[in-house]
Ligand binder design. Structure first.
Ligand code: ADP
Length: 520
C-alpha cells in the first residue's frame, strides 16, 4: 500500500469572522467544492454557548498559532470558571427537553450533522491542518473518521434497549430501563481535534445527554467548526456547548466541570497525569468517568512475520501524526533472527517515502510537532538513548521550527526513556528479543495498556499473544486499527470505559431497575 494511503486510513451566523494570516495558505489551494464553505469561514473569535457565539465574561482572548509556521491564525475567548458555570447551567436546562426527544428525532439530527461534516470535508481538513499540523491527507482521514462517529451514533441511538427480567413473584414485573445520564463534561486533546469530539459528543447527544466541552487550547477551531455545523443541522441550543480556554485557565474550567453537581458524567482524553487529577476531582460528586489516557504500545515482530508487511505496519503505527497519537507504537520489539533485515527495510522506507514539511503541502507525510516543548522532549529522548548506547540509523535531529526528522534508533534497551515513557513523537526505538515469553513479559511490563501490535504467521502464537497482551486494543498483522464501530479504550492506567461502537453510547446511559408490583 502506498505510504500516503496507510497514513490516510485515519487516520450563517452572527459570529465574528476573522480574516487573518490563516487565509493565505488556503488561497494557494483548490477552492472549496460546490456547496462547501471555505475553510476560512470556520475561523471565528467566539466560543459556543446556548446555540450562540459567546465571548468570555472577562473579555479575555488567547491566540491560536499554526505549528508549521508560527503564524497566528486568530484569537478565541479565554473562558474561566464563570463562563463554564454558565455553560453548565445552559446544558442542564437544555437536558430537560433533550432527554424527552425520541431516538428517531435525535438520529435524524445527528445524521444531518454527519452529512454536513462530510460535505465540508476538504475545508475542515485544511482548518485542522492549519491549527494542528498533521498532513492534509491525514486530516481528511480524521474528518472521515470523526464524521463516522456521528453516523454510527445516529444509528446506535435507535438500538438502546432495556429488558424485562423473569419475575420470582407473580404479582410483579421487573424491568430494566436505560436513560440518558445527564449533562456530560468533556475535555479533549489537540492530536485529533475533530474525532475526539465527535466520538464523545456524538455518543452523548445520541443518548439524550447535553454537552459542555473544553477543546485543547491549541486546536479550538475544529471544535467550533463542529458547533457551526451542529447548529446548521438543527441540533437545539444548549445541547452542545464549547468553552474555549488557554492553558492557564484549563485547570479552573476542568475543576468547575468535575465538581459541578449539575454535571453527571465526565469524559477526558489526554495525558495520564491530567486524567488522574480529573478523576480525583470527580470523586467529590461521584461522577461516572471515562478516561482515555497515555499508552506505551508494544509493536512485536515475531520470526514468522512477513517482514515487509511488518515494516509497512510499523511505519503507520509509528509515524502517523508524526508519532503523536496515544496508540502509536512506542517500543518496537523485533526477533533477533530478522532484526537486521527489519531495520534495513524500515530505514529504506523512512528515507524514501517520508517527507517532512508543512502539512498543507500535499506531498508532506510528516507535519510539525505541536510546539517547541514537544521538539525539546524528542531531542532529549534521542540524547538519552544515545548516551546509553543506542545508535541513530536515520533522522535524529530537529529540522528547525517544530519539525523533527523521522528517526530510527537501534540497540534500544528497556532502561532508556524512549522505552519507558510515552514518546509522542517520531522516534522508532527498536529492541531485540529472543523468545515469545520474554517479549510478552516486556510488552506487559508497563503501567499503560492502551494498544499493542504484533506480526506473526503462526496461528497458535497469534491466539496466545492476542490473549496475553494486557491492552484494550490489539492489532494482529495490522498497524492502524481505529474505526468508529470498534471499542476504543485502555487497560491499567490507560483509562476507564470505552468509546466508539455500541459500547460508546453505554457510557452516557444510566440503568434503572423498575419493579412493578400489585399486579393481579
Ligand atoms: P498534552 O500535554 O498532550 O496537551 P494534556 O493532558 O495536558 O495533554 O491536555 C489534554 C487536554 O487537557 C487539553 O484540553 C488541556 O487543555 C486539558 N488540561 C490540561 N491540564 C488540565 C487541568 N489541570 N485540568 C483540566 N484540563 C486540563
Amino acid at each position: 500500500m502506498p505510504i500516503l494511503a496507510i497514513l490516510r486510513v485515519f487516520s450563517s451566523t452572527s459570529r465574528h469572522r476573522v480574516f487573518s494570516s490563516f487565509q493565505k495558505p488556503m488561497d494557494n489551494l483548490a477552492p472549496p467544492k460546490p456547496g462547501a464553505r471555505p475553510a476560512s469561514s470556520f475561523v471565528c473569535d467566539k466560543a459556543f454557548i446556548n446555540g450562540e457565539w459567546a465571548a468570555a465574561s472577562s473579555g479575555k482572548t488567547f491566540e491560536v498559532v499554526n505549528p508549521a509556521n508560527g503564524k497566528v491564525i486568530g484569537s478565541v475567548p479565554d473562558m474561566d470558571a464563570t463562563d463554564t458555570d454558565r455553560a453548565i447551567k445552559v446544558a442542564y436546562k437544555a437536558f430537560q427537553s433533550w432527554k424527552e426527544t425520541t431516538a428517531k428525532e435525535r438520529s435524524i439530527l445527528l445524521r444531518k450533522w454527519a452529512n454536513l461534516v462530510s460535505e465540508n470535508i476538504d475545508e475542515l481538513a485544511k482548518l485542522l491542518t492549519s491549527e494542528m499540523g498533521k498532513p492534509l491527507a491525514e486530516a481528511k482521514g480524521e474528518i472521515t473518521y470523526g464524521g463516522g462517529f456521528l453516523e454510527l451514533f445516529a444509528e446506535e441511538c435507535k438500538r438502546v434497549e432495556g429488558n424485562i427480567i423473569q419475575t420470582h413473584i407473580k404479582s410483579r414485573r421487573l424491568l430494566v430501563l436505560k436513560q440518558p445520564i445527564g449533562v456530560s463534561g468533556m475535555i479533549t486533546p489537540w492530536n485529533f481535534p475533530n474525532a475526539m469530539i465527535t466520538r464523545k459528543a456524538g455518543a452523548a447527544i445520541a443518548a439524550g445527554c447535553t454537552v459542555v466541552l473544553k477543546p485543547a487550547e491549541d486546536t479550538p477551531y475544529s471544535a467550533l467548526a463542529l458547533c457551526d455545523l451542529a447548529k446548521e443541522a438543527g441540533i437545539p441550543a444548549g445541547v452542545l456547548n464549547v468553552v474555549t480556554s488557554s492553558r492557564n485557565n484549563a485547570a479552573q474550567v476542568g475543576k468547575t466541570i468535575c465538581e459541578s453537581p449539575l454535571v453527571t458524567k465526565m469524559s477526558f482524553t489526554g495525558s495520564t497525569f491530567v486524567g488522574k487529577l480529573l478523576l480525583q476531582q470527580c470523586a467529590s460528586t461521584v461522577k461516572k468517568v471515562s478516561l482515555e489516557l497515555g499508552g506505551n504500545a508494544p509493536f512485536i515482530v515475531f520470526e514468522s512475520a512477513d517482514v515487509d508487511a511488518a515494516v509497512q505496519g510499523a511505519i503507520g503505527a509509528k509515524f502517523r501524526c508524526s508519532g503523536q497519537t496515544c496508540v502509536c507504537a512506542n517500543r518496537i520489539f523485533v526477533h533477533e533472527s530478522i532484526y537486521d533485515e527489519f531495520v534495513k527495510k524500515m530505514a529504506a522506507v523512512v528515507e524514501k517515502d517520508l517527507k517532512v514539511g508543512d502539512g498543507i503541502d500535499p506531498a508532506t507525510t510528516q507535519g510539525p510537532l505541536i510546539n517547541k516543548k514537544a521538539v525539546e522532549k524528542i531531542e532529549a529522548h534521542v540524547q538519552d538513548a544515545v548516551s546509553k548506547g543506542a545508535k541513530v540509523v536515520c533522522g535524529g535531529k530537529s529540522k528547525g521550527g517544530n519539525f523533527f526528522e523521522p528517526t530510527i534508533l537501534t540497540g534500544v534497551t528497556n532502561d532508556m526513556r524512549c522505552a519507558k515513557e510515552e514518546i509522542f513523537g517520531p522516534i522508532a526505538g527498536i529492541i531485540r528479543f529472543k523468545t515469545e515469553e520474554e517479549v510478552v513479559g516486556l510488552a506487559n511490563a508497563t503501567t499503560s495498556g492502551l494498544a499493542g501490535y504484533f506480526y506473526s504467521r503462526d496461528l497458535s502464537q497469534i491466539w496466545r499473544v492476542a490473549e496475553r497482551l494486557e491492552s484494550g486494543i490489539v492489532g494482529v498483522n495490522e498497524g492502524v486499527l481505529s474505526v468508529p464501530d470498534a471499542p476504543f479504550g485502555g487497560w491499567k492506567e490507560s483509562g476507564l470505559g470505552r468509546e466508539g461502537g455500541r459500547y460508546g453510547i453505554e457510557e452516557y446511559l444510566e440503568i434503572k431497575y423498575v419493579c412493578m408490583g400489585g399486579l393481579q
